[in-house]
Design a protein around this ligand. Sequence first.
Ligand code: C2E
Ligand code: MG
Ligand code: MG
Length: 631
Amino acid sequence: MGYAKIRDVRRIAHHCYPENQMKGEDKTRKQLLEELVVLRERVTEFEKSELESKRAEQKLRETRDYAESIVDTVREPLVVLDADLYVISANRSFYETFKVKPGETVGQLLYDLGNREWNIPKLRELLEEILPRHTTFDNFEVEHEFKTIGRRVMHLNARRVYRKTNETHSILLAIEDMTERKRAEKEIYDLAYYDGVTRLPNRQLFREHLSRALAYAKRHKRLLAVLFLDLDHFKHINDTLGHHVGDLLLRCVADRLKKILRKSDLIARHEADDSISYVSRFGGDEFVILLTDLKQPHDAANVAQRGLCEISKAFVLEKREIFVSSSIGISLYPSDGKDINTLIKNADTAMYHAKNQGRNNFQFYADYMNTDISRRLTLDSALRKALEHAELTLHYQPQIDINSDKIIGTEALIRWRHPELGAVSPTEFIPLAEEAGLIEPISEWVLRTACSQNLSWQAAGFPPMRVAVNFSNLSFKQRRIVKTISRVLRDIGMAPQLLEIELTEGTLVRNEKETIRALEQLKELGICVAIDDFGTGHFSLYHLRHYPLDAIKIDRCFIKDIGAAQDSTAITTAIIAMARGLQLRVIAEGVETQQQLTFLRLQGCDEVQGYLFSRPVPSNDIIQLLSTGIT
Ligand code: C2E
Ligand code: MG
Ligand code: MG
């Protein structure tokens, strides 16, 4: 019976049956009174229960207020969502932290509290995919953008509350605002891994990156390069203009280097982070660049050349124009090293060689650069005396026409016999001579001696033949080279057509324009030019046609493996075909077996040179060979 109905019964009962009207109608009245008593009891009971429920309601309200006040004292923002992810309530901390009002929060979807576009994909994953599958989860990191306070990083901890029917009643989300902590962590990370002056990755981060790039290169059989760049005379700028100008300069250099990498279209880029090129500062004025996924070694040379060029342009610092140059050393994976330390060390070594070569240039690493320091010092001082003491001599190796088996020329190869150290290989002392600044007089001596010798064979009655002289990178860099060569030829009186100069690919890669100009002048004089050790350097075939060349000498390493290694055989075949296409003479060096000779003959090679015919021998032995012929 409802409360209103009982109240009505009580009123009616009082009205119809007042106690003073009960006399005379005892039975009926008694019955009625009994009913009334029952009714009254019920009313009393109801009144009691009504009072109790009011009390309960009051208690409930008090409990709820108490609970809310406790929840409000929790420092962490809390929010309660219903099963459909609408906000039911939130605590004070939530409102304060995210600067939102209850009126604009309750009844809303949580991800509507900010930039919907930005938030939905991240929060939706959590709220609609992860949450339904789990009763609880902790520390789910999500970045959320609020209209009020912008982007925040949060950790969410969720508890699901169930009804008795096992349906979700609500979801309690405790939110930890991690933004400040993340910012602090990033600051610590930046301090540990980035250089404070240029904001470039530091040595530590570079090593980590290189390690990942190496793993990638090993897995995918890719080529990578480490470029070690050092500014020339940076100390001078620091000393004269002050450290703050020095720092400004470092920052500008960093920007230019980054620009080169961004523009570098030579480097194939992959989606994977592990294959991205990278510039870092190692400290002082040293920058290290990682080039990943190179198509060919020559690409590293192009990037280095661009680096030199960019840095040599004027820097305007504090309204003052400053000019600097740099020196770059390059090491390649896998040829110059297979681990981080070796690659960095070898690039550094090559950089020192670039400095010794007169700065403002780059050098690829080569094994000889690691010659033990004390031996180098000994050789260095000994080399200075070698010319004066006539310790240098020339040997000649015959060059044979492959079809007639006749000697048609010789290659002059330098020999040095040191009184105590014995024979020192030219592969060891020529680079030292370059560094010591002795290459110019040595080259001139070789040229003069070889040409005179060649003429003396002619004078002895043998037909005129060609003599080939090797020129190193550096001696070719000297502007005077063309003048020196023509002067020597004039002095000796040898026809320029009888001289062939041998240059390596490295010489051609450097200072392209100047080299081409010098070669053109030599060509006008009638001198022949050959590329030595072809196939081993960093020369791009694409550029080959721009150079005025006469001959290509296929490197010994390919000839050695003819018949044994498929790739060497294929490379030799291809070089011969290409040279013929470009109308260049082809000379094979290091021919040691009849089998190699037969193969080369079949492929259409023009000339051969190697132990099969003769080792390099002193001049007198050449006379012998010319008299008897090659047998
Ligand atoms: P290169 O110009 O490629 O000379 C060929 C080298 O291969 C010579 O070594 C020669 O002795 C060697 N060789 C020739 N035929 C064979 C063969 O059948 N088997 C083997 N295993 N080796 C063979 P060498 O004389 O020790 O010269 C080494 C390098 O030193 C030369 O390589 C050249 O780059 C440089 N060089 C030699 N003389 C001079 C020079 O007067 N000036 C300059 N700048 N460099 C020179
Ligand atoms: Mg040679
Ligand atoms: Mg050679």
